[in-house]
Design a protein around this ligand. Structure first.
Ligand code: ARG
Length: 460
């Protein structure tokens, strides 16, 4: 018999029941639902709303249900409308009189709002740890490549020399911001809406702070209509996850380019690449491609949530049941991508010589050549012009700035001396960029140290 059988004369149509039911996807909330119910029942007892025997039976029943689900002795009954009703009806089966008291002073509206916060709160911690692991890997690879010179790009055109370490630490910064963004989201999420009831609280003398305290939540929500119908925390989390995926996707794009035959900057470990069913020579960067592809779904999940919410009047509307699949998908996708991506980066081999060879061609030291003249007294714009002419000459005559004979340099300007070769060497160009945040090996080393301190842990 359904819960609302008192008001209804007919059973729910079977198709409508299947349509309406969220159990197939909200079953994953069972631990958090039980955790919330235990705190609620404790509060009801504490406030004298239910007696001790009722509380003890409810507590026993909920803990047994938790255990039975964990050990697969209890399986989800597909006919239940959602996880909240499934657990409540199971409790009532086990304790027919007192199980029925659990839902006193509570609605599924504040219950689901609480459950989702509790669930998302745990997921945030997991994802933060995965991001930390990834940053560790980036620090580890960077420490090995402080002196691996490479070409830096803007517009995907060769720009100025950097190191591979400098490039990787850029991503460590992004993922570190992701950790802090999740932390911000956590703060706003970690408040209890329980006690908001269906929309207008309750007439029972409940203690909302007591519940929040038991659940280790920092505060409670302060308007019951908002308490049941706020999904900002889900949207914020999803948004933070979309940014993580965007960062992963950018790095994926680089991994794909770097591992191409044209670049050969890196080689992926055989265990983290795939072959082709027809072309024997192929080694495909599937992980990076899938991560780049999967970023699309997480970005769309944010859009699903915002669009689902934007037209809803206060307070709860059933549309909100649609929040779960989008949020769960975003969480699952990020948790699927991070560890495998991390392992792929950890095991990749870096082709130091190839990066260096590429960096030495193509005039990425032209700015330094202009700076050389400027430091000898020329105005930067004049130095820039002369260097432009030099580059153009080199291209026509098949030289690079490192190999151009001194007489030719001097035919462009008398300020050029033997020390020009030192000034345009890759080492000088990179090592002299020791401004905070720059590519000089010493500077990047400090960035890595700083990152380790920020993480509050040792980097491997
Ligand atoms: N399964 C519902 C959801 O996820 C729970 C709340 C249902 N509330 C209601 N009044 N029908 O949103």
């Amino acid at each position: 018999m359904v819960l609302w059988a008192g008001r209804f004369q007919k059973e729910l149509n079977a198709n409508v029941n299947a349509f309406n039911s969220s159990l197939s996807f909200d079953a994953r909330l069972y631990k958090h639902d039980i955790m919330g119910s235990l705190a609620h029942a404790n509060m009801l007892y504490h406030q004298g709303i239910i007696d001790e025997i009722s509380y003890q039976e409810i507590k026993q029943g909920l803990n047994d249900i938790l255990n039975d689900i964990n050990t697969h002795r209890l399986v989800f009954d597909e006919t239940a409308e959602d996880i909240h009703m499934f657990i409540e009806s199971e409790l009532t089966k086990r304790y027919p009189n007192n199980g029925k008291k659990l839902h006193t002073a509570r609605s599924r509206n504040d219950q689901v709002a609480l459950d989702l916060r509790l669930y998302a709160r745990d997921e945030i911690q997991d994802i933060k740890n995965m991001l930390k692991d990834l940053i560790h890997t980036l620090c580890y690879q960077s420490s090995n490549h402080l002196y691996t010179y490479m070409c830096g790009y803007t517009h995907l055109q060769r720009a100025q020399p950097i190191t591979f370490a400098h490039h990787l630490i850029a991503y460590a910064q992004m993922f570190y911001r992701d950790i802090t963004r999740l932390g911000d989201c956590y703060k706003r999420m970690n408040v209890s809406p329980l006690g908001s009831g269906a929309l207008a609280t309750t007439t029972y003398p409940i203690d909302r702070y007591f519940v929040a305290q038991q659940l280790n939540m920092d505060d409670i929500t302060y308007n019951s209509l908002d308490g049941v119908s706020d999904r900002d925390y889900a949207i914020e989390l999803c948004h933070a996850l979309a940014i993580i995926m965007m960062h992963l996707s950018r790095l994926s794009e680089e991994v794909i380019l770097w591992s191409s035959w044209e670049y050969k900057y890196i080689e992926l470990d055989d265990a983290y690449a795939t072959g082709s069913s027809i072309m024997p020579q192929k080694k495909n960067p599937d992980i990076a491609e899938l991560v780049r592809g999967k970023s699309a779904r997480v970005i769309s999940d944010v859009s699903t949530l915002l669009t689902m919410m934007k037209g809803l009047p206060l307070a709860y509307n059933k549309d909100m049941q649609e929040d779960k699949e989008a949020l769960f998908d975003a969480i699952d996708t990020v948790k699927l991508c991070l560890p495998v991506f991390n392992d792929m980066l950890k095991t990749m081999k870096v082709n130091v010589e190839q990066m260096r060879t590429f960096a030495a061609k193509g005039f990425i030291n032209a700015t330094d050549c202009a700076d050389y003249l400027t430091k000898k007294g020329l105005a930067f714009r004049d130095a820039y012009y002369i260097t432009g002419k030099l580059v153009s000459y080199c291209i026509e005559s098949n030289y690079v700035l490192e190999t151009l004979p001194l007489e030719i340099y001097q035919s462009f300007h008398e300020l050029f001396q033997e020390d020009i070769y030192h000034a345009v060497s890759l080492e000088t160009c990179v090592n002299n960029r020791n401004v905070v945040g720059g590519p000089a090996p010493e500077t990047v080393k400090k960035s890595i140290e700083m990152m380790k301190n920020q993480l509050g842990e040792k980097c491997v």
